[in-house]
Design a protein around this ligand. Structure first.
Ligand SMILES: NC(=O)c1ccc[n+]([C@@H]2O[C@H](COP(=O)([O-])OP(=O)(O)OC[C@H]3O[C@@H](n4cnc5c(N)ncnc54)[C@H](O)[C@@H]3O)[C@@H](O)[C@H]2O)c1
Length: 250
C-alpha cells in the first residue's frame, strides 16, 4: 500500500471528489481526518463510515477553511488523534457560474475566500508543522481552470491559477526542508452536482476530452495518493491534469 502508516487530512471531504480522495487514501493504508463544514457533518460522517466499513481509519472534524483558526486547529487535531500530519489535501472549493462582469461583490468574496484564502490558511498551518519536522507532502486540488480559461467561471479560474502559483512557490521554498507540494487539475468528475445536471451539460464538458466519459472521484484519488507517496519522491511543484485529455486540445 502506498500510504501504509501515514496520517493526514482532506478538506471538503463530505462528498464529491474529497470523499473519493479520502476513501482512496484510506484504502492505501492512511488514517484520514475527513474535514468539512459543520453543516456538512452528516456527509462527512458518511465518508468516515464508508472508510471504516472497508477496515480503514478515519474521523470527521468540522472545519471552515475560510477561518485561519479552524485550519490550524485541524492540523492540531490530526496530530492529537493520529500522532502526526504526514500529508494534507486542500480540496474544499466552490464556483459561481456567470460571465465575469455579472459577478457581485459577494460572489467574488465567496469564491476567493474558500478557494484562495482557504488554501493559503491550510498550507500555512500544514507547512509550518511539516517543515519543522523535515518531512511531509501536500496536494492542492486545482482544476483545468487553473491552467486555461474556462467560460463563465472567471473568478474560479483566477483562484485556481492562484492555487497553482502558491503550489509552485511553496515547492520552491520548502523542498530543502523535506516537504513536497503538488497540485492536481481535474476536469469533468462524476460528483452529485454533475450527476444532477442536464445530460447536454455533461456532454458539453466531455466533448472536448480525448476520453469520452466523466472521471470518477477515486481516479482523482489515485493521482493524489501517488503524489503523496514515496513513489513521487522526486516530484514537486507540478500541476498534474487528471482530465481525460481535455487540455490536449480539440
Ligand atoms: N467536480 C469537478 O468536475 C471538478 C473539476 C475540477 C476541479 N474540481 C475541484 O475539486 C474540488 C472538489 O469539488 P467537488 O466537485 O467535489 O465539489 P463539491 O461541492 O461536491 O464538494 C466540495 C466540498 O467542499 C466543502 N466546502 C465548501 N466550502 C467549504 C469551506 N469554507 N470549508 C470547508 N469545506 C467547504 C463542501 O461542503 C463540499 O463538501 C474543488 O476544489 C473543485 O474546485 C472539481
Amino acid at each position: 500500500m502506498l500510504l501504509e502508516g501515514r496520517a493526514g487530512l482532506v478538506t471538503g471531504a463530505a462528498g464529491g471528489i474529497g470523499r473519493g480522495i479520502a476513501i482512496t487514501l484510506a484504502e492505501e493504508g492512511a488514517a484520514v481526518v475527513v474535514a468539512d463544514l459543520e453543516r456538512s457533518r452528516e456527509g462527512g460522517e458518511e465518508t468516515v463510515a464508508k472508510i471504516e466499513a472497508k477496515g480503514g481509519r478515519a474521523i470527521f472534524v468540522a472545519c471552515d477553511v475560510t477561518s485561519s483558526q479552524e485550519t490550524q486547529s485541524l492540523v492540531d487535531q490530526c496530530i492529537e488523534k493520529y500522532g502526526e500530519l504526514d500529508f494534507a489535501v486542500n480540496n474544499a472549493g466552490v464556483a459561481v457560474v456567470k460571465p465575469l462582469a455579472e459577478n457581485s461583490d459577494e460572489d467574488y468574496r465567496l469564491v476567493t475566500s474558500v478557494n484562495l484564502d482557504g488554501t493559503f490558511y491550510g498550507m500555512r498551518a500544514q507547512l509550518k508543522h511539516m517543515a519543522s519536522r523535515g518531512t511531509g507532502a501536500i496536494v492542492n486540488i486545482a482544476s483545468v481552470a487553473g491552467l486555461a480559461a474556462v467560460r463563465n467561471i472567471g473568478i474560479y479560474t483566477a483562484t485556481k491559477h492562484g492555487i497553482i502559483g502558491m503550489t509552485k512557490n511553496a515547492a520552491m521554498e520548502y523542498g530543502a526542508q523535506g516537504v513536497r507540494i503538488n497540485a492536481v487539475c481535474p476536469n469533468a468528475i462524476r460528483t452529485p452536482l454533475l450527476e444532477g445536471a442536464p445530460e447536454e451539460f455533461r456532454e458539453s464538458l466531455i466533448a472536448p476530452q480525448a476520453i469520452k466519459r466523466l472521471g470518477e472521484p477515486e481516479e482523482v484519488g489515485d493521482a493524489v495518493a501517488w503524489l503523496l507517496s514515496d513513489k513521487a519522491a522526486y516530484i514537486t511543484g507540478v500541476a498534474l491534469p487528471v482530465d481525460g485529455g481535455y487540455l490536449t486540445g480539440p
